[in-house]
Design a protein around this ligand. Sequence first.
Ligand code: UD1
Length: 363
Amino acid sequence: MLKVINVVGARPNFMKVAPIVAAMKRRERQFTPLVVHTGQHYDSMLSNAFFRYLELPEPHVYLGVGSASHAAQTAAVMERFEPVVLKEQPGWVLVVGDVNSTLACALVCVKLGVKVAHVEAGLRSRDRTMPEEINRLLTDQIADLLFTPSRDADENLRAEGIPQERIRCVGNIMIDSLFKHLARATESTIREQLGVGAGPYAVLTLHRPSNVDERKTFERILEALEQIEQRIPVIFPVHPRTRKTIAEFGFGARIERAKGLRLIEPLGYLDFLSLYSGAHLVLTDSGGIQEETTVLGIPCLTLRENTERPITVEMGTNTIVGSEPEKITTAAFAALDGSRSSSHRVPPLWDGHTAERILDALT
Ligand code: UD1
């Protein structure tokens, strides 16, 4: 029996770990899965709600680290995770994605000589000002086994000198959750609640420090949104970081005047899936949403200068538009007019069976 600690910390981790834990439960003769939640995210709508909607079992251990500076948060996760690993003596620890908890837990394992695998390895934006890029680079250097979503990620790892035997291309784990819950998401009434059931609408998410903590950049994006919302309602579930800086920068009144830009609270997994899957256009600075829209064939404009997921541009529906207002609006109107190519492909192995491939590789 293989005991595996599955680490979750922040919102984008839950939909990656849920299918892995579910697959381990189906193979209970082979696996004993434990879930450790670092508590990096703690708000109900960023954390608890996801456990419920994704059918993820309650965490066996909750470390409760909360928000802090990067150093303090990373250190707190390490300090609190180490005794758990020492007590449980797992055969493997699985970390996912690129948040601070990912790196912190991988570092604890490598120093204890406990095997650690990184799911969603090999993604690179080549932008080292992005905290997640540092987490990706370092986690991949120290993890024993690297599960990549696509071949370009394998190439990134090989270029960094990582030997092929540590790399397994298994596909995109988030898409396991997407396929599993797509049908159930139709039960969500969020579109009716928001009054966008029938007509076209766009969905916006924004939370990267490089966008929302930088007044000038945030203002430029806002300028573009003020034009887009005149043509189509833009539904904007607001991340707590973004809510804070809207208040700090005094953007509230300006947003209020933009009647088509509708700020709402963050949504749970199923409601958000229901919302974006019905959208004519998605604008985002999230990584995962670039992938989800690619699979569903929804035009996605990425409000960043780069992406660690270039396959969503090459094969999918993603366009990198940065924060230049004119570039954003031109791309948005082109997508709404249907003047961009509608041909897109789903990358290989983004098929809903990634969790099984990960388990096979662990045994
Ligand atoms: C973190 C991840 C980022 C991920 C994002 C998804 C890192 C470096 N960043 O960024 O990769 O895309 O999560 O949401 O790991 N806050 C709350 N409630 C919470 C959590 C945070 O109100 O449950 C507030 C706090 O004031 C905090 C701020 O939001 O200071 C930012 O949270 P933090 O976890 O530092 O970073 P995120 O921007 O959420």
